[in-house]
Every structure is written in structure tokens, then in C-alpha cells.
Design a protein around this ligand. Structure first.
Ligand code: SAM
Length: 446
């Protein structure tokens, strides 16, 4: 691997950087790691060893074909780089995660940090998962659907809009767009776009994002800032800028030295020659100044379901505190105790994708949504059709399935007991309802 001109020079002097060891690490294969979805409790068939800082994180001994693993599509795990999973000990050190919290993941697509947050937060916490780029917001929504939680909303806003939610969030995660040098080993093509000018450009954008979102943090709340860049301008310099611009203090603690994470004066660095993971920087900053929180007297409201519709839905959804919300896109389920939060949120972002899409109505027939199939709140007594591996792949390719003697109606297609999506049995044939945009396009090599 030959690095761009001046790249190695700009790393000189950074805490933890050792040029020969760093270059050597870039000649080795990057580790593959995943994080299990505890809401789904699937059994991993891959050989794996734990990631020390992430309770449900594992290194795999080799990289399988995730595309052809039905459990990947069931949301049984998320493929996530080990260094990124450092979010877990950092968050735990900043706050009591058993409390109800309002958390914003500002730069959220494709959803690594958001799915991790949903696993770490209590059920009475709200996650606002935001992605400014429309196409990426769709991917984010798909990954959150797979994770199966309802205590979340997805937004597609510029940070300056969400910044108007003054003093609203207990925690804001800014996993900022960056120059990406930390991922060069996994994605050598990223080197083509690297230059000192690109680093400066990213640092300017990161500063703008942080300035815009800072008002939305509560007094005493925490901002977790991370990048996958090694550049000091995008990392420590920005943390220093926050500390000198706002009333704020660092929230850093020490990690076991065996983890191999480098603690700097303003955050933590992951170096591939010192630990098992890719390049990453993360820091935690607490807000000291007070912000008069945004409030509202308006109660959040959406369309109401009829008593008949509610009766139908009770056979599909089982959540103690669930509230139905009926809108243009059909019916959604959301925890009722979080409705007051929606009242405030919808003041600044009128278009929020709330909770889980459950389904829609065609006259009096209920059409279940794909997100309902993957939800942890789907009713456990829904009829299922267990598929073997080959059938599951065919289902995920939106191919035809054949079975005889099945009763008419909706069936949950499962693989090893994990839901993949819906099938409708017409008695003589099966209709495949796997979403077209999610289907596997690649052909298996066998
Ligand atoms: N947190 C994600 C995860 O763990 O899967 C990865 C986030 S990625 C490093 C940065 C994200 O910021 C991208 O999805 C990108 O589209 C988004 N982004 C780009 N420009 C932005 C801006 N001006 N404000 C906020 N987000 C932006």
C-alpha cells in the first residue's frame, strides 16, 4: 500500500504514531467484526472472539459472505468495525444508561452507532437518528427497521435545523463526515481523495456542524465527537475549539492498557498497529452552560384508528406501552410515554419518521409492513413458515417458493427462527413480499 504524498508526514508527532509499525499494519488483513442484536438472540455460526470493550461485539476469524447469510438480513447482527464500538464504554462513563434519555445521533447513516445506541439505551429513552443526505437516510431507516426497536425517530435535517431544539438532548453523538484516513486499510481507494486540502475542508465542515448542533445539548449533557481520520485538525483541534468557544469540560476516563487505545490530552485514538481495529478518534465533552429548553403547549397528534382497526392490530403487535399513529404512510407504533418528546421535536422538524411502520389498510384488510416483520414487538403467535438456507436465499432474492397444503393468509418467513419478511399464501401458491429494494442481486458462487 503506498500512501499519498505528505500523508505520513502529517502523522509525525501524533501520540501513538510509529511510522514503520503503522505501515506494516497496513500490509495486514483488516479484522472483521460484528455486533450482535440482543433483541433477536440468534446463534452465531462463525468462529468468533469477544471485542473487550463491547459486550455484544465479536471479531470473526474470517470474513464470511454476509450477503448470503440470511441472519444478516434478519438483523441478527450488524457488521461494525471494532474501534467504532468504543462508543459503548465512552457512553457508559458519561451517563447512567438506565435513566430515560433523549439522544441524538446527528450523522447517523448507515446506522452503526444508532443500532448500538438502541441496544445500550433504556426502553424509555428516545433516539433521534438523523442523516442529512436523502439516499443515505433511506439506508439508515432500513437498518433501523432490521434492528427492530420502536423508541426512535428518523429525521433528514441539516444540523442547523436540529440545533433549534434548544437544550433538548441529554446526549448528542456526532460521528462526523471526515477525510477518512483511518479506513485506508479497508478501503484503499479512499486514498485517492486524500489531500491536506481535503483535511482542511473537512475540519471546516466539522466545526460548522458542531457550532450548529451545540445549542441542542442540555446543560450537563454530553457530546460524543468522533471521526475515522487521524488528522489532528479534524480531531483534537476541534475538541480544543469546543472547549475554548463554549462553556464545556472533557469527560475522559482511562481504559485498560490491554485494549491498546491511545489516550491523548483531548480524546482517544485507535491505531491499527496498537490495537485490533481501524483508525478512529473519539472524545466526550460535557456542556456546562445552561440553555433555556425549548418547550411547547401543543400536544402531538396524528390520525386516530377506529376501534375495529385497533382490534385487528392487537393480533399483530404486542407492546405494553405502544401507541398507534395513523399517517399518510400508514400506521406506526411508538411508545406512548415518549409522545411529549414528539410534540417538541415536530415543532422544528415537521417531517419525522416515527417508531415502527406497522402496516396500512386496503379497505378493511390490513397489509403488514416489512418493518413489522423484523420488529421485536411483532406478535409472537403469528403463523410462521420456516425456510432452509437455500429457500431463504431464494426468498431474499424475491424468487418463487413452493409449498403445498398451506392455509391462506400472511406468513412470517423465518430462518433459524429469525424473521426475514412476509409471504402471503393464496392456498395454491405463495406470494413473496420481500421489499424489492432490499433483494439480493448478487448470484451465489455456491
Ligand atoms: N455514524 C455512522 C455509523 O456509525 O454508521 C457513520 C457516519 S459517517 C462517518 C458521516 C455521515 O455524515 C454520513 O452519513 C454523511 O452523509 C453525513 N454528513 C455529510 N455531510 C454532513 C453535514 N454537513 N452535516 C451532517 N451530516 C453530514
Amino acid at each position: 500500500m503506498s500512501f499519498p504524498d505528505t500523508f505520513l508526514d502529517h502523522l509525525e508527532g501524533l501520540p501513538g504514531f510509529l511510522s514503520p509499525a503503522f505501515q506494516e499494519a497496513h500490509r495486514s488483513v483488516p479484522p472483521t467484526s460484528i455486533r450482535l442484536n440482543t433483541f433477536k438472540s440468534a446463534l452465531l455460526s462463525f468462529e468468533h472472539t469477544p471485542i473487550p470493550w463491547s459486550r455484544n461485539g465479536y471479531y470473526l476469524s474470517q470474513r464470511p459472505s454476509f450477503t448470503f447469510d440470511p441472519l444478516f438480513h434478519a438483523g441478527a447482527y450488524y457488521v461494525q468495525e471494532a474501534s467504532s464500538q468504543l462508543l459503548e464504554p465512552i457512553l457508559s462513563a458519561c451517563t447512567d444508561l438506565t435513566q430515560p434519555l433523549r439522544v441524538l445521533d446527528l450523522c447517523a447513516a448507515p446506522g452503526g452507532k444508532s443500532t448500538h445506541l438502541l441496544s445500550l439505551l433504556s426502553e424509555n429513552s428516545l433516539l433521534v437518528s438523523n442523516e442529512v443526505i436523502r439516499s443515505r437516510a433511506g439506508i439508515l431507516q432500513d437498518n433501523l427497521d432490521k434492528w427492530g426497536c420502536a423508541n426512535m425517530v428518523v429525521t433528514q435535517e441539516d444540523p442547523s435545523v436540529l440545533g433549534k431544539l434548544k437544550g433538548f438532548f441529554d446526549m448528542i453523538v456526532v460521528d462526523a463526515p471526515c477525510s477518512g484516513s483511518g479506513l485506508f486499510r479497508k478501503d484503499p481507494d479512499a486514498m485517492l481523495h486524500w489531500s491536506p486540502a481535503a483535511v482542511d475542508h473537512c475540519a471546516g465542515r466539522q466545526q460548522r456542524i458542531l457550532k450548529d448542533i451545540w445549542p441542542a445539548l442540555k446543560a450537563g449533557g454530553s457530546l460524543i465527537y468522533s471521526t475515522c481520520s487521524y488528522a489532528r485538525q479534524e480531531d483534537e483541534d476541534l475538541v480544543q475549539w469546543i472547549l475554548s468557544t463554549f462553556e464545556a469540560g472533557l469527560q475522559l476516563s482511562d481504559f485498560p492498557s490491554a485494549w491498546g487505545i491511545t489516550r491523548t490530552e483531548l480524546g482517544y485514538r485507535c491505531w491499527p498497529h496498537l490495537m485490533k481495529g481501524e483508525g478512529f478518534f473519539v472524545s466526550a465533552i460535557q456542556k456546562k452552560s445552561s440553555e433555556t429548553p425549548l418547550t411547547t403547549k401543543t400536544r402531538f397528534s396524528m390520525g386516530k384508528l377506529s376501534a375495529e382497526q385497533r382490534k385487528v392490530l392487537a393480533d399483530w403487535w404486542q407492546q405494553e406501552d405502544g401507541e398507534w399513529l395513523e399517517g399518510k404512510e400508514g400506521c406506526r407504533a411508538f411508545p406512548s410515554m415518549l409522545l411529549p418528546e414528539l410534540s417538541i421535536l415536530s415543532k422544528v422538524c415537521p417531517s419525522v419518521h416515527i417508531g415502527t411502520r406497522v402496516g396500512s389498510w386496503s379497505h378493511s384488510d390490513f397489509i403488514p409492513d416489512h418493518a413489522l416483520a423484523l420488529s421485536r414487538f411483532r406478535h409472537p403467535s403469528l403463523p410462521q413458515l420456516e425456510l432452509d438456507r437455500e429457500e431463504s436465499i431464494r426468498y431474499l432474492q424475491r424468487g418463487t417458493l413452493e409449498r403445498s397444503g398451506l392455509e391462506k393468509g400472511w406468513l412470517l418467513a423465518t430462518y433459524q427462527g429469525q424473521a426475514l419478511g412476509w409471504i402471503k399464501s393464496l392456498g395454491t401458491r405463495l406470494n413473496n413480499y420481500y421489499p424489492t429494494h432490499l433483494r439480493i442481486l448478487k448470484q451465489s458462487k455456491g
